[in-house]
Design a protein around this ligand. Sequence first.
Ligand code: M6R
Length: 608
Amino acid sequence: MCGIVGYIGSEQAAPILLDGLSKLEYRGYDSAGIAVFNGSEIDMVKSTGKLKVLEELTKGGATLPGFSGIGHTRWATHGSPTDTNAHPHYNKDCSIAVVHNGIIENYLKLRRKLEKKGYQFVSETDTEVLAHLLDYYYNGNPLDTITKVLYRVEGSYALGILFKEHPEEIYAVRKDSPLIVGQGKEGNFIASDVPAVLKYTRNVYFIENQEIVRLTKDSLNFYNIDEEEIQKESTEIEWDISAAEKAGYEYFMLKEIYEQPQAVTDTLRPRLKENEILIEELGMTEEEIREISKIYIVACGSAYHTGVTAKYVFEGLARIPVEVDLASEFRYRNPIFQPGTLVIVVSQSGETADSLAALREAKNCGVRTLGIVNVVGSSIAREADNVMYTWAGPEIAVATTKAYSTQLVAEYLLAIHFAKVRNQIDEQQFQSLLNDLKKLPDQIELLLGSKEKLQHFANRYLATEHVFFIGRGIDYAISLEGSLKLKEISYIHSEAYAAGELKHGTISLIEQDTLVVALVTQKSLYKKTLSNMQEVRTRGAFVMAVTNAGNKEVEKSADYVVYLPETNPYFTNSLAVIPLQLFGYYVSLGRGLDVDKPRNLAKSVTVE
Ligand code: M6R
């Protein structure tokens, strides 16, 4: 995620901004920039690449003298990582500069309106809309101007703002994107996270949604959206910098597991408009959607597993035949394409060599391609005919969690949209699916609340040698992911099996106390899976079941049960994966392994 810093005080601002940004590097970024008020103008330097580049360009900040400024590390969302798209952004006469974290969801509408009023945009970002809107509403009173802008924007934001006409002040505001204010002896700070200011102060204010802050070098004023001054309590930070970079979590993986409700919301929300699904970036007319004759979902690892789930959803709801392919197989197997084929390539990094090669293979055959990608401006995002971004934010742990969850919901959105356009579901079914989709973030949050139980359970299996994950239908798809999550970070051998397939060979491996994790979320298949659980249990297996709330029947065939909140059967994977991620995480942690960087693995596999 992007990082924000701001400083106003009696020291030179630029070196403090660069230092603060360096403490936010862990959030992931692809460009950086700073703006400093030099006594008469707002100077700005920004650049793609690492902070080192910005430090060199500004000679450690020396080329930007001044006592107040704002800085930003950008992780590209709207517009690829370029110097121009980097923050801060100016208004037209460079008298206002703004840095932004978050996503302005109605930016296109606002941009069109502003363009009609003569505003010229230099970047592709949603943030530049804010700079011009601030300009449009500017009336000499920054607080009043900011509130007017806030009433017009939809989405999430944390902003740092400089007004040239108010050189003794900086302003900040947030909604659904974190922002803190640090109160120091030699000046005051804003930041998107505490580590950026810890070197200077431990006295911090946590800003709430739609609170506005006015900072001078020796004062802080807080306002609500009605421009009324409010009082806030400061907090004394007691933890140290290294803990803070992971926001207090021991590993990035756990932090990312906990970011899933937000990541899923961020991926769903921009595409859910007034009880409709609007996927502008799809670039397909309704006619073209009706003409789809077949979908290939091509990916590697966990991204492939989302495809295995999506096959059930596309086929079940939209009645479009789907083949799911491992990219490394697809690229060499000479697949048969027919008119109306759509190839969907799913990838967190957008750089996975096999997935990229598969995409190119499909394009060479003249087939329409769609990327579902997390990293903006990555190769797959650039080369696919169209790209639907997942808004998971940067994922640092090698084992994917939040990217996986956002890929799933992106695929659900597509499947439901296709089903509606192709008249395979009626309005009532459509609305019911949307309702269940919207509940997912809260339901994920609820499941995260029982992490201690999973930790306790995981601690019993630290020395185990083999684990089997079983399920039928979508439950089989979840098994694949649960098994990979466990094995890649714990180094315990695990396998996923379609539950009915066990007795065709693998059941001979079941011994006394072998752990079998059974996924039992598909009502129509309950009975069948319960029989398979009985089969392994009578051979000595210890069975952990993951099932829907209320399915007490399962307790007769399992030794330990995790219950999931009620959702549409097509979406259960989004919930069932949470206890499995936590289980993998806690087994790895308990075995004393490096959870975030398992041996032999890389975050982005750019070789064949
Ligand atoms: O960046 P991608 O989504 O294309 O990566 C695909 C796989 O390499 C990735 O999902 C991998 O399997 C992870 N280690 C799973 O946690």
